[in-house]
Design a protein around this ligand. Structure first.
Ligand SMILES: Nc1ncnc2c1ncn2[C@@H]1O[C@H](COP(=O)(O)OP(=O)(O)OP(=O)(O)O)[C@@H](O)[C@H]1O
Ligand SMILES: [Mg+2]
Length: 373
């Protein structure tokens, strides 16, 4: 549990003790926060007193009345801005004139709360302030650590998870309201769509689990001499239900010794992704050829398909997180756009390389080389 230090600046003792009572044993938490926050409350009856406190101790949030006996709230706010304190100010005023609102916003006040307020209103506002502060500080920290990319990743991710949830929720509400009448059969399309969205979500979560495995570095890798041919077979078996639907023929050829020192789960991820793409982006009645060759110093595996292919331009992007090529040929094909970025990270863990060659409407070949050492 972390603590946010809240400075209450108000000349009415009743307001100060009221706020103390409401926030005294309140805490906030969000799924994306590592820990919950509780509040340590500090009182000031005047602006001058508030400034003294701000200079002496750490304050995260200031609840600031504007009408104070000496210097007023706006002056305190200006002081805070000038000093560049890392905190959020919430103005509490009994009459919020437009003029005051403009001045306060200009000077960086986070929001306004009109007096009188209910305990619920105060808690909701403080919850917002806490979230704002947390995100601001996280962003700053991540920028400092060069982790802006991670932040973008998380934003895209939450978007990707939210859209299927919204869709399914929408369908369920329509069913709850019986918008198409009483017969379950009439809702079949909605049910199918919901199931499809949920399946997409499940795949995304599986991809994420793979990513976490790669990035945490915590997972013990179980390196053994494994047969890459056997792993490729498993990947083919996994994709078989799909390949049958599209009448895509898969074949596997191995040349030489295909044993390689690796973690079987990780190699499975590589094959699963390449084979799944080769089937997914193939044309009906197409072919997938997997080749594993022993080159002594390295092992080279390729997955070739006779599918829709990609343009030169597209090839540069496909290894990035969440990138999917959008055109009329891929419109009906679902995916999260994480598969290849995971595969690349995986291959690089083995100091290997992944290359791709593709001709639009002819097919695509992915080539993975893994050095033996
Ligand atoms: N064999 C292929 N032939 C044609 N296009 C491909 C092929 N493999 C990948 N692509 C293109 O590259 C994009 C990224 O592939 P990637 O595997 O990363 O994501 P995905 O298949 O969309 O989703 P998933 O995370 O479920 O694998 C695909 O959306 C597709 O447009
Ligand atoms: Mg894929």
């Amino acid at each position: 549990m972390a603590t946010l230090h809240v400075l209450i600046v108000d000349d009415e003792p009743g307001i100060r003790s009221g706020i103390r009572r409401i926030l005294g044993n309140y805490s906030v938490g969000y799924a994306f926060m590592d820990e919950d926050f509780d509040f340590n409350l500090i009182d000031a009856g005047t602006g001058e007193e508030a400034i003294e406190i701000l200079n002496q101790q750490k304050v995260d949030v200031v609840l600031l009345d504007n009408k104070l006996p000496g210097m007023d709230g706006i002056e305190v706010l200006e002081y805070i801005k000038k000093q560049g304190f890392d905190l959020a100010v919430m103005m509490i005023t009994s009459y919020a004139s437009l003029d005051l609102a403009i001045k306060a916003t200009k000077n960086g006040a986070f929001n306004f709360m009109p007096k009188p307020f209910t305990p619920q209103e105060l808690r909701a506002s403080i919850e917002n302030v806490a979230k704002h502060l947390y995100l601001k500080r996280m962003t700053k920290k991540m920028q400092a650590e060069g982790k802006q990319i991670r932040f973008q990743f998380l934003s895209v991710l939450s978007h990707e998870l939210k859209s299927p949830l919204n869709a399914v929720e929408g369908y369920l509400k329509m069913m709850q309201e019986k918008q198409l009448g009483d017969k379950i059969e009439d809702y079949e399309k909605m049910i199918d769509r919901s199931l499809a969205r949920l399946k997409g979500m499940r795949n995304l979560i599986m991809d994420l689990l793979d990513l976490t495995k790669i990035e945490s570095g915590k997972k013990e890798r179980k390196l053994r001499e494994i047969d890459l041919g056997a792993i490729a077979r498993t990947a083919m078996d996994t994709m078989e239900p799909y390949s049958i639907q599209k009448n895509v023929k898969m074949s596997l050829k191995v040349k030489g010794n295909t044993y390689f020192l690796a973690d079987a789960d990780e190699m499975e991820i590589v094959f699963n992704n390449l084979v799944s793409n080769a089937v997914k982006y193939n044309s009906d009645n197409g072919k997938v050829e997997i080749l594993i060759e022993d080159h002594e110093k390295e092992i080279v595996m390729s997955v070739a398909d006779t599918g829709i292919g990609m343009s030169e331009e597209d090839l540069d992007k496909i290894f990035q997180d969440f990138v999917r090529i959008k055109n009329s040929k891929t419109k009906e094909i679902t995916g999260s756009g994480l598969g290849l970025s995971i595969t690349k990270k995986m291959v690089e863990q083995y100091n290997g390389t992944i290359q791709v060659k593709s001709v639009p409407d002819k097919g695509t070949t992915f080539i993975v080389s893994l050095p033996r050492n």
